[in-house]
Design a protein. Structure first.
Length: 214
């Protein structure tokens, strides 16, 4: 199987790339699978472009990984979760003080993606399955956070998840999205974030999953 592991930044995959002694622009063999890495840049547009360009080569599985913020304390900082659906929550229209969701605008397309093509392993089966919000502007205001959660059934937020989901579903390529929680979504407080723990746990989980994939 040919696997492409996609992250926004090199930081999010550095531990596993160092562990596997990966060299840039090369293929890696693990458990009979060929593995490559792609860093897209942050955000939906850069991710959609970089991944689509990479798919000039055929892949059997895409694994999207990265850090994320959680809206709920029931998901611990450092915990790794599997995202099973994504919603671009900012797609829609303002109507005075009201926000009209994209689905209510009678326009073609969608802002919601449900992963029906995913693969599972024993390691992945043990992870919490969550619903993701993909945003251009991460939340840091209690009023906007509350408005979002009243309208959308989401548990975490990232800036790239829906872009990977869209490309994979359009190209009919199975994909997995793994996110490690680096912070809770509250008024911005970087001192409360734990990016090193999130990155470590993310890479530990990814390595186990790769060894289980056949």
């Amino acid at each position: 199987m040919r696997i492409l592991i996609v992250s926004a930044t090199a930081l999010e995959l550095k531990p596993i790339m160092d562990t596997l002694l990966y060299k840039e622009n090369t293929e890696l063999k693990l458990n009979g699978n060929t593995i490559e890495f792609l860093h897209t840049g942050v955000g939906m547009t850069q991710t959609a472009y970089a991944l689509t360009k990479a798919l000039r080569q055929p892949y059997d599985l895409i694994i999207n990984v990265g850090i994320a913020g959680s809206f709920y304390r029931g998901i611990m900082v450092g915990e790794v979760v599997q995202v099973v659906s994504e919603c671009i929550t900012e797609m829609g229209a303002e109507d005075g003080d009201a926000f009209l969701e994209f689905a209510k605008l009678n326009l073609p397309g969608t802002n919601s993606y449900s992963n029906s093509l995913h693969k599972q392993t024993p390691c992945l089966d043990e992870l919490k399955k969550v619903l993701g919000a993909t945003v251009n502007k991460v939340h840091g205001n209690e009023d906007s956070i509350n408005r979002l959660l009243k309208q959308f059934d989401v548990e975490i937020e990232s800036m790239e998840g829906a872009a990977v989901a869209l490309v994979c579903e359009q190209e009919k390529i199975p994909y997995i999205q793994l996110r490690a929680i680096s912070n809770y979504v509250t008024k911005r407080n970087r001192d409360a974030w734990d990016i090193p723990l999130a990155v470590k746990n993310l890479n530990d989980t990814l390595l186990i999953a790769l060894k289980e994939l056949e």
